[in-house]
Write a protein that binds this ligand. Structure first.
Ligand SMILES: Cc1cc2nc3c(=O)[nH]c(=O)nc-3n(C[C@H](O)[C@H](O)[C@H](O)COP(=O)(O)O)c2cc1C
Length: 546
């Protein structure tokens, strides 16, 4: 395949591009099946320069779930919405896509393998936290699927897992020997088939099934036939025990036919990571976690094969497809690990302490560190319920208080006019911290509001004029029509006057509470309240029970 691909690369590229424009594409011949790949996405949020132990081991990026009906056909056009169908590839299409990627599109097998392995590792990290599922066994076959498993094992090591590898039929090509060397340099143990325990569930939390990919056909030969049986036993074990190893199959569960399934006796993985696009057999996958990896599919391939695939969120290397994960809400809990938070070590002044923690959040790169819940209450419960909360953005703080901006005719404004006391709550999940600030509230001066209003993007300024916040809007487009009108009016760049009903509030703190999550729910809580000593106002610091 390689000499051919190199010799005719230019010609093939032209052929491919022509075909991608054709409404009835002529299949490209594929006498040498290599393998099919897709990408994944970049990983977690940036790691902060704070101590790693201080952060959650895995920052979970937002995942979007996409539904796929088991009976779906290959879709058309733009990416599917939440309820639309996604595409499945036949074996022939999967092989063709590989040929195009590694032919006219100039990808190398090493690149695709790296991206595939990274997709698999990030998919695993999305679902199985290293704190709970630490011990991973990657069972790698002799081909490219096995190579993906080796790469995934390396990334999993760097993500904080403890991978081991079973690689019984090693491939002597430099790409593979290099992958082995890389794992050995990380002291990742290689376990022979003979040394594997009878029941893999006892020793491993996750088994990565990287034996065979979509080009596999026929019956698995030793030792893979037995290894597949071991995974089938885990399925059986699963039915009778509370917790056993989770099986993660790469692209295709080993032993399954790419356009069929594994039969009643086949592996039933808990997670399937489809690469490039799901293969037809993925319709028969009914496990809880189906992910797509392979974010390198260019539009020309997507168009040619009329691929309907979900968009990858943010910089992610994987995206959940299929039905969303079923979670047992009552079982959702974190065990926080944070440094000690001691009364003797905190700042005497809560504003200084707040500044310190706020700087930590900024350094950790958490999203919207200035987002806070603002709770207000009306005086007597009328016309609304007794109290209400909403998120607002902190726009400044100093010894005079905490400032945010809003509409002076909104619900919160009505409540504040009746009862000028409020509570602010910051929750910085990545640092296991929250801060509560309570106090009295006043409007900021008109000059201060005016200055801030004109520092905002012009679109936000117009938006503030258009929105009669908290009132009923008859139809969505009403807002857009008004917005367009004003946009037109101020298109000459003239100053947009701040509406009278828009401005800032300042909360003057009378109480602070700094909270930090700790193991076994023994969290730290330090409260600052004002106290007068010898006619002087000081802050009293007390530890509260968690
Ligand atoms: C992260 C976030 C930040 C927000 N920031 C503001 C803000 O700074 N000012 C504001 O008026 N509304 C903000 N909102 C919208 C409010 O939460 C709320 O919907 C709106 O102020 C109306 O609230 P009310 O009807 O209770 O007065 C924000 C919402 C979110 C999710």
């Amino acid at each position: 395949m390689w000499p051919l691909a190199r010799r005719s690369r230019k010609m093939t590229r032209l052929l491919f591009l022509n075909q991608s424009l054709s409404s009835n594409p002529k299949p490209i011949s594929h006498s040498h099946t290599y393998y099919n790949y897709s990408v994944s996405r970049s990983f977690h949020n940036s790691i902060s320069n704070l101590s790693l132990a201080f952060l959650h081991p895995i920052r979970s990026p937002a995942i979007r779930a996409f539904c796929s009906k088991p009976s779906s056909a290959v879709g058309v056009g733009s990416p599917p919405s939440m309820t639309e169908e996604i595409s499945y590839l036949t074996q022939r299409e999967a092989a063709e896509i590989d040929e195009i990627l590694m032919g006219p599109l100039g990808f190398s097998v090493d690149q695709l393998m790296e991206l595939a392995g990274l997709s698999v590792a990030t998919s695993i990290a999305e679902v199985y936290k290293p704190s709970e599922y630490n011990r991973v066994l990657a069972i790698c076959g002799p081909g490219n699927n096995g190579g993906d498993g080796l790469v995934a094992a390396r990334h999993l090591h760097h993500f904080g897992y403890k991978p081991s590898v079973c690689y019984p039929k090693r491939t002597a090509k430099p790409l593979y020997t290099g992958l082995v060397t890389q794992l050995e340099s990380l002291s990742v143990p290689f376990i022979s088939v003979e040394d594997l325990p009878l029941d893999l569930s006892k020793d491993f939390d996750i088994i990565v099934d990287a034996m065979f990919g979509f080009s596999f056909h026929g019956s698995p030969r030793p030792p893979f036939d037995n290894l597949i049986q071991k995974l089938v036993c885990i399925n059986n074990y699963n039915q009778t025990h509370q917790k056993s190893s989770a099986i993660v199959s790469i692209d295709i569960p080993s032993g399954w036919h790419v356009e069929g399934d594994g039969g009643a006796e086949g592996i039933k993985p808990d997670m399937l990571v489809s690469l490039t696009a799901p293969k037809l057999c993925a319709k028969k996958f009914f496990g809880p976690h189906h992910f797509l990896g392979g974010r390198f599919v260019p539009p020309s391939i997507a168009d040619k094969y009329k691929l309907r695939l979900p968009p990858y969120p943010g910089t992610s290397m994987c995206v959940r497809i299929g039905r969303p994960a079923q979670v047992d809400i009552s079982a959702l809990r974190e065990n926080y690990i944070s440094p000690e938070f001691l009364k003797e070590q905190v700042e005497a002044d809560p504003f200084d302490q707040f500044r310190k923690w706020f700087d930590d959040v900024v350094a950790a790169g958490l999203r919207e560190p200035n987002a806070m819940a603002l709770s207000t209450a009306s005086k007597n419960g009328k016309p609304f319920f007794y109290s209400s909360s909403r998120m607002v953005l902190l726009k400044g703080f100093d010894k005079n208080g905490f400032v945010w901006y809003t509409n002076y005719e909104s619900r919160k404004a009505h409540e504040l006019s009746e009862n000028p006391h409020a509570s602010l709550l910051f929750h910085w999940d990545g640092l296991n911290r929250q801060v509560r600030v309570e106090g009295s509230v006043q409007k900021v001066s008109d000059e201060e509001s005016d200055k801030y209003f004109h520092s905002r993007p012009r679109g936000s300024q117009i938006g503030a004029i258009v929105s009669k916040q908290s009132t009923v809007v008859p139809r969505r487009h009403v807002l857009y029509d008004q917005y367009k009108e004003l946009e037109e009016k101020f298109s000459d760049g003239s100053i947009i006057p701040k509406p009278k009903n828009w401005g800032g509030y300042r909360l003057k703190p009378e109480l602070f509470e700094f909270w930090q999550g700790q193991k076994s729910r023994l969290h730290d809580r330090l409260q600052y309240s004002p106290k007068e000593i010898n006619g002087q106002q000081v802050w009293k610091i007390e530890r509260l029970a968690p």
